[in-house]
Design a protein around this ligand. Structure first.
Ligand code: PLP
Length: 368
């Protein structure tokens, strides 16, 4: 496949089309990352990120995609052999669990059907059955299925009833879906730049609570590049531990300005309304959605295809003939569905184009 330089209607759940001001901000001249100018920018970025996370906890910016912050959540709080519970509701929950296994953590998996959200009663029973676990891993927004798990209720059980460490994959929820880090007592929340933060890929962000720091003191997991203790030391100097991706930080600086100027509740509310409008338009084509409205993600919608259609053929046709790029089904959902990303404000014209293209492409793929 050749590299596509032409403008596309990019409707995957990240990277998302960034506002032009955000892209342009990256062209600013580079500065010394061990300077007062940089310290000022870093402090301002972290201060505003805390307003997105809704936290007073420490927040760090890492040079990696979201997975780097997820790995940091594990290596900074746990040790090989520690027992944890990984709640899996889809492809990314499974990946978080697999990452923990790769780090020789003793993982008990709590599996839910892909497309369903976490059943709180089943979670409670699992915590009773595995009372010796140290932490619970949860994917707030499962991007592979378009489901948002009820993190507030999950936290009530994990934190208030059982007092376990709560580690959250918020890669596709932060900035798009309500997430109250402190109110919901989330110990570690990890996300990437390329989704709700409307910034190009390459940065990840992580919040770290006091309980997480206590776990850090006991953790003997090997770590270096992702050692948040190093980041904490350097943060005191207004620096990052290692050379930061300065141009991406400029982009993040601009996107935070845009999001906070609009106001986080309004930005999130807009995405909720937009998600339900897209869901309704997709349904009007006779298509079925994987998630129920009750737990529908506001950042991505997973759409089932009729039995006579391979969703990958549909995705290819949309891309090749209509220049509309949607996400494929992942893992066991491959070929069975496609995913429409709608993070940030999607122009109405793009939504209309998508619906028209879908209607035409579906007929063609079905009659192949
Ligand atoms: N977790 C979730 C919920 C995601 O949606 C993604 C990416 O789509 C990841 C983890 C992996 O993030 P990254 O590709 O930024 O490393």
């Amino acid at each position: 496949m050749k590299y596509q330089q032409e403008q596309q209607n990019l409707r995957i759940p990240g990277p998302v089309p960034c506002p032009p001001e955000v892209i342009k901000a990256q062209t600013r001249p580079l500065i010394d990352h061990r300077s007062e100018d940089f310290a000022y920018m870093l402090k301002s970025l972290v201060g505003r990120l805390k307003r997105i996370f809704l936290t007073e906890n420490d927040v760090f910016i890492l040079t990696s995609s979201g997975t780097g912050a997820l790995e940091a959540s594990l290596v900074n709080t746990l040790s090989p052999g520690d027992k944890i519970l990984a709640v899996v509701t889809g492809f990314f929950g499974q990946r978080y669990s697999d990452m923990a296994k790769a780090l020789l953590i003793d993982v008990q998996e709590l599996q839910f059907e892909w497309g369903q959200d976490v059943d709180i009663e089943i979670l409670r029973k699992a915590l009773v059955a595995h009372s010796d676990i140290k932490a619970v891993l949860v994917t707030h927004n499962e991007t592979s299925t378009g489901v948002t798990n009820d993190l507030e209720s999950i936290s009530r059980v994990v934190k208030k009833e059982f007092g376990k460490l709560l580690l959250v994959d918020a890669v596709s929820s932060l900035g798009s879906v309500e997430l109250k880090t402190d109110e919901w007592e989330c110990d570690v929340v990890a996300a990437g730049s390329q989704k709700g933060l409307l910034t190009p890929p390459g940065l990840s962000v992580i919040s770290f609570s006091q309980s997480a720091w206590r776990a850090y003191e006991k953790s003997c997991m090997p770590k270096y590049y992702n050692d948040l203790g190093l980041f904490r030391t350097f943060m005191g100097l207004g620096q990052t531990a290692f050379t930061p991706a300065i141009s991406l930080l400029y982009a993040l600086d601009k996107s935070l300005e845009l999001i906070l100027r609009e106001g986080l509740p309004s930005f999130i509310g807009m995405q909720r309304d937009q998600a339900f409008m897209i869901r309704s338009k997709v349904r009007s084509l006779g298509l079925e959605l994987l998630s129920e409205d009750r737990c529908a993600a506001h950042s991505v919608t997973a759409v089932k295809v009729p039995g006579n259609v391979n969703s990958d053929d549909l995705v290819d046709l949309l891309r090749e003939e209509f220049r509309i790029v949607v996400g494929r089904g992942q893992g066991r959902l491959k070929g069975k569905l496609f995913r429409v990303g709608h993070i940030g404000k999607v122009p109405e014209r793009d939504i209309e184009d998508l619906i028209l293209a879908l209607s035409s492409a579906l007929t063609r793929v079905a009659s192949k």
